[in-house]
Design a protein around this ligand. Structure first.
Ligand code: ZN
Length: 191
């Protein structure tokens, strides 16, 4: 396993559009090794997700895993999920405000509006079809990661720049109000 270098905001690679992978490219042992490294890098950085483009590889692969995440203790767990060439479709007009952060945007969080329910289709890492419906905060995580593949960062979607906060100031000043809104939403959406 190799820990990969995570691109930081300002690096042009984060603004590129990642390209689709063919099934043959995906099944190449080198690409499979890369996916293992992507997962290892995400876990090492305590990320809830990591897109290939964030580690300087402009292909459409995202990894997501939430397991009692210290960065987001209120997030329901999501088992390790790899999606290749993900296509995301909102299932309703309902949206919610999520306080997001990103491994490529150091020490900053901000409120972003996300769809509450989405479907994701694509390929599993073994090339078989992937299909899932994600709700609540999980839906937000998929939207955040899929945005990366189109060169979009969460700060592009922050509605009110006054919501921007370092992680320490979030804990001090924004966490209680956010939890008051998000916990009933998590309960309602079951995720
Ligand atoms: Zn991110």
């Amino acid at each position: 396993m190799t820990l990969l270098k995570i691109a930081q905001i300002g690096h042009p690679v984060l603004r590129e559009r990642a390209r689709e992978l063919t099934r043959e490219e995906l099944l190449d042992p080198e690409m499979q090794q890369f996916i293992d490294d992507l997962v290892e890098t995400m876990r090492d950085a305590s990320g809830a997700g990591l897109a290939a483009i964030q580690v300087h590889r402009t292909v459409r692969i995202v990894a997501i895993e939430v397991k009692d995440n210290p960065r987001y203790p209120y997030k329901p767990n999501i088992p390790l999920t790899i999606v290749v060439n993900p296509v995301l479709t909102p299932l309703s007009e309902e949206r919610f405000d999520n306080y997001e952060g990103c491994l490529s945007v150091p020490n900053l969080r901000g409120l972003v509006e996300r769809y509450a329910e989405v479907s994701i289709t694509g390929m599993e890492r073994d090339g078989t079809p992937f299909e899932r419906i994600a709700r609540g905060l999980g839906a937000g995580t998929f939207q955040h990661e899929c945005d990366h593949l189109d060169g979009v960062l969460f700060i592009d979607r922050v509605k009110d720049p006054k919501s921007l906060s370092t992680w320490t100031e979030f804990e001090r000043h924004h966490r209680p109000a956010f939890l008051e809104k998000i916990l009933p939403f998590v309960k309602k959406m079951g995720g």
